[in-house]
Write a protein that binds this ligand. Structure first.
Ligand code: NAP
Length: 245
C-alpha cells in the first residue's frame, strides 16, 4: 500500500459520490485514483474534480478502473455494487458499500464475497443515525410491549429505494420477542437529505427519537473514515457498529 490511501469511488457522478470525491481531495491521507461510473454515462471522460464542483484532480471519470487502488467506496446502485464487488474480489481489495436497496440475491452475494475480502456495508455512514439505532433498540427494550412503535422516514424525490436502508435497519433493531417488526412510513419529497424518526407511544404518552442529516457530508465523511478503517481489516462483513465500537 502507498503512503496515502489510493481510493476508488464508484457512483462518482452521483449526489453522494461527488461529496466523497470533494472531501477525499482535501484529506491528506487519501489520494483519489479512480472515479467510476457506468459505461455510457454522459460524464465519462470529464475530470472528477470538475464533476464534484472542485478544481480539476487530473482523474477522469471512467467506466472501468485502470489504476491500482487500495480500497473502493461504492455509492452507486445495487447493480453497480454487484459490478464493483466483482472487481474488488478479483483484485483482493476491500470495499465499502454505501449503496442501499439490495435484494436477497444481491445481499447473499455480498456475504459470499466478504468471506475472501473485507466488506463494510452500512445503509447509513453518519455517526448520528447509527447512534439513533442503538438508542431505539435500548428504548424498545426498556419500554416493553406496552408501547407501540412506528418509523417515519423522509428523503428527496430522487432516492431510488423505498423504504430507506436506514429505516429497515431501525425496524430490525427494535423488533424483538414481544414486538413485531414495526411499520415504516416513507416520504419522497423535495430535497430532503435524510430524516428518520422512531415513535414510541402508549395510550398515555409518546416518545420520539429522531435524526436529521443536514448535509450529505455526514455520509461522505463516514465513507472516508470507513475506507481507512477497512484497509487494515481481514476478510469479513463489517458494519458501522464495528467501526464505532
Ligand atoms: N450509506 C449511506 O450513508 C448513504 C447515504 C446517502 C445515500 N446512500 C445510498 O447511496 C446510493 C447513491 O446515492 P445518491 O443519492 O448519490 O444517488 P444518485 O445521485 O442516483 O447517484 C448514483 C450514481 O451512480 C451511478 N451509477 C449507476 N450505475 C453505476 C455503476 N455500475 N457503476 C458506477 N456508478 C453507477 C449513477 O449514474 P446514472 O444516474 O447514470 O445511473 C449515479 O450517478 C443510493 O443507494 C443511496 O441510497 C447511502
Amino acid at each position: 500500500m502507498s503512503a496515502r490511501l489510493r481510493l476508488a469511488v464508484a457512483g462518482a457522478t452521483g449526489r453522494l459520490g461527488r461529496r466523497i470525491i470533494a472531501l477525499g481531495a482535501s484529506d491528506a491521507e487519501i489520494v483519489l485514483v479512480a472515479a467510476l461510473t457506468r459505461e455510457g454515462h454522459a460524464f465519462v471522460g470529464r475530470d472528477a474534480g470538475e464533476c464534484a464542483g472542485i478544481p480539476p484532480l487530473g482523474v477522469a471519470i471512467e467506466a472501468s478502473p485502470r489504476a491500482a487502488f487500495d480500497v473502493l467506496v461504492d455509492a452507486s446502485t445495487p447493480a453497480g455494487t454487484e459490478r464493483w464487488l466483482e472487481t474488488c474480489s478479483e483484485r483482493h481489495v476491500p470495499i465499502v458499500i454505501a449503496t442501499t436497496g439490495h435484494d436477497a440475491r444481491e445481499l447473499a452475494e455480498i456475504e459470499r464475497c466478504s468471506r475472501t475480502i473485507p466488506v463494510l456495508k452500512a445503509s447509513n455512514l453518519g455517526v448520528g443515525a447509527n447512534l439513533l439505532r442503538r438508542m431505539a433498540r435500548d428504548l424498545a427494550r426498556t419500554l416493553g410491549a406496552g408501547f407501540g412503535v412506528e418509523i417515519v422516514e423522509a428523503h428527496h424525490r430522487g432516492k431510488r429505494d423505498r423504504p430507506s436502508g436506514t429505516s429497515i435497519d431501525l425496524a430490525r433493531a427494535v423488533e424483538g420477542a414481544d414486538r413485531p417488526r414495526p411499520p415504516i412510513h416513507s416520504l419522497r419529497i423535495g430535497a430532503v437529505v435524510g430524516e428518520h424518526s422512531v415513535h414510541f407511544a402508549s395510550d398515555e404518552e409518546e416518545l420520539v427519537l429522531s435524526h436529521r442529516a443536514l448535509s450529505r457530508d455526514a455520509f461522505a465523511r463516514g465513507a472516508l473514515r470507513a475506507a481507512k478503517w477497512l484497509t487494515v481489516r481481514g476478510p469479513g462483513l463489517y458494519d458501522m457498529d464495528a467501526l464505532l465500537s
